[in-house]
Design a protein around this ligand. Structure first.
Ligand code: ATP
Ligand code: MG
Length: 423
């Protein structure tokens, strides 16, 4: 006897989003389209695979994402490709490649889709995760920073999360970062013994990243590290004050947290994060910042950039905790009894579906009792009972599951019946 085939599971850290949970995802996506649209943003869809060099340059070779977490491979044509670990580099590549950077530089894009990082899976951290993100290109003004931050807040509130805190910081620019970096190195070298291996490497490659380490002993050392504010150049001070003033003016509340830094090499000046206390260590729900050097670094003109990305799974976790059950769509269930009814059912069902009514049925004839049980399970609002007798009279029985009322309805009147009751 042939052995039973084994079950194949999804790769570790990659999960299926199944109905009915998908509903909450679709709601978030719809909210994003709606809110970002009102700010003048359009959707952009880029490939999930890109040349590995795009991320090496666009995210930074010394970042842990590129160093350790990318799914990279060489394809049959000897091309080095990677599954995208984030969205900004791809959006900027498309902006340059399409020529938009010259034709109409001021551009606003949003994207949604899966990203891939080979991290240790845990609650709110997966290897395939979804992000919704926005990128605003060629806007240097501090108004742009404030507008992007307030759009993120608007979106989160509209999606249904309320108790998030917004932390902002300025991580300086090319002019003032070198002196801050040296001060950090000078400080951290003294505590090398207490730093994790990653941070010891960061010390020579990118000391700023130590500020973002999640390791507890590193965090303790970071507490007393030099503060960026002491090193900001005049231009950075002016920019950051204007961002804060604008946020105050539009009623967005924030706290300045000098430990907020961003993971990409090109980030500069404004960095921000919306965090929650409800997801343990995975506290960042949405994070973003200004990346004025990136377009140029990827071969485009010297234009500014600012954006953010939101982690879908984390937002979904928050919404699951805080919202009541989503109302189910009004479903009409077809209970079909007998041979003739079975044959006649689908044309009638499709008539309703063409009018936008959601109809479910179970194909094979089962007992009326088991079909009614099924209708109850899916919380159908009405059940259409089709028996051979009714069919020959050109009728069906419609049972309202809320009131228990039953009535005979002529088959040709059926769509009107449901449209009239708002089915
Ligand atoms: P974290 O500090 O939590 O690792 P990050 O700084 O690496 O986040 P970004 O690259 O800025 O994250 O991505 C923006 C958002 O995407 C994060 O705030 C988070 O909500 C989400 N995110 C990042 N990595 C993952 C992951 N592995 N699984 C699920 N969501 C993630
Ligand atoms: Mg990370």
């Amino acid at each position: 006897m042939a052995s039973k085939p084994s079950i194949i599971k999804a790769p570790r850290g990659m999960v299926d989003v199944m109905p009915p949970a998908i509903k909450i995802w679709q709601n978030i996506e719809n909210t994003a389209r709606e809110v970002f649209g009102t700010y003048g943003y359009s959707e952009i869809r880029t490939p999930i695979l890109e040349d590995t060099s795009l991320f090496k340059r666009g995210v930074g070779e010394s970042t842990s994402v590129v160093e350790k977490e990318m799914y990279s491979f060489t394809d049959q044509g000897d091309h080095d490709l990677s599954l995208r670990p984030e969205g900004t580099a791809s959006v900027v590549r498309a902006y340059i490649e399409s020529g938009m950077c010259n034709i109409d530089p001021l551009a606003r894009y949003y994207y949604m889709g899966p990203m891939f990082r080979r991290e240790r899976p845990q609650k709110g951290r997966q290897r395939q995760f979804y992000q919704i993100g926005c990128e605003l290109l060629a806007a240097e003004s501090p108004y742009a920073d404030a507008e992007v931050i307030s759009m993120a807040e608007h979106f989160l509130k509209r999606a249904g999360v309320s108790d998030l805190s917004l932390e902002i910081n300025s991580i300086g620019c090319e002019a003032c970062r070198p002196s801050f970096n040296s001060a950090l190195v000078e400080y951290f070298v003294k505590f090398q013994g207490g730093l994790c291996d990653d941070c010891i490497r960061r010390l020579s490659k990118n000391p700023l990243r130590i500020l973002d380490c999640k390791n507890n002993s590193c965090k303790e050392i970071v507490e007393k590290a030099p503060r960026f504010s002491a090193f900001w150049c005049d231009a950075c001070v002016t920019h950051f004050s204007a961002v804060k003033q604008t946020l105050d003016g539009i009623g967005v509340s924030y706290v300045v947290n000098e430990q907020v830094v961003r993971g990409l090499d090109y980030y500069m000046r404004t960095a921000f994060e919306f965090t929650t206390t409800k997801l343990g260590a995975q506290n960042a729900v949405l994070a973003g910042g200004r990346y004025d050097g990136l377009v140029r670094g990827l071969g485009g003109p010297d234009v500014a950039g600012i954006g953010f990305a939101m982690g879908m799974e984390r937002l979904v976790l928050l919404l699951q905790d805080s919202t009541k059950k989503d109302p189910v769509d009004d479903v009409v269930y077809f209970a079909v009894i007998g041979e003739l009814a079975g044959r006649k059912a689908l044309p009638v069902i499709n008539l309703l579906r063409r009018d936008g009514i959601r109809v479910e049925w179970d194909y094979a004839a089962k007992s009326l009792k088991s079909q009614m049980r099924k209708a109850g399970k899916i919380e159908a609002g009405s059940v259409v009972i089709m028996g051979d007798d009714e069919i020959t009279r050109g009728e069906v029985i419609v049972k309202n599951m809320k009131t228990g009322e039953q009535q005979n309805v002529r088959i040709k009147d059926l769509p009107f019946h449901f449209i009239n009751i708002g089915g």
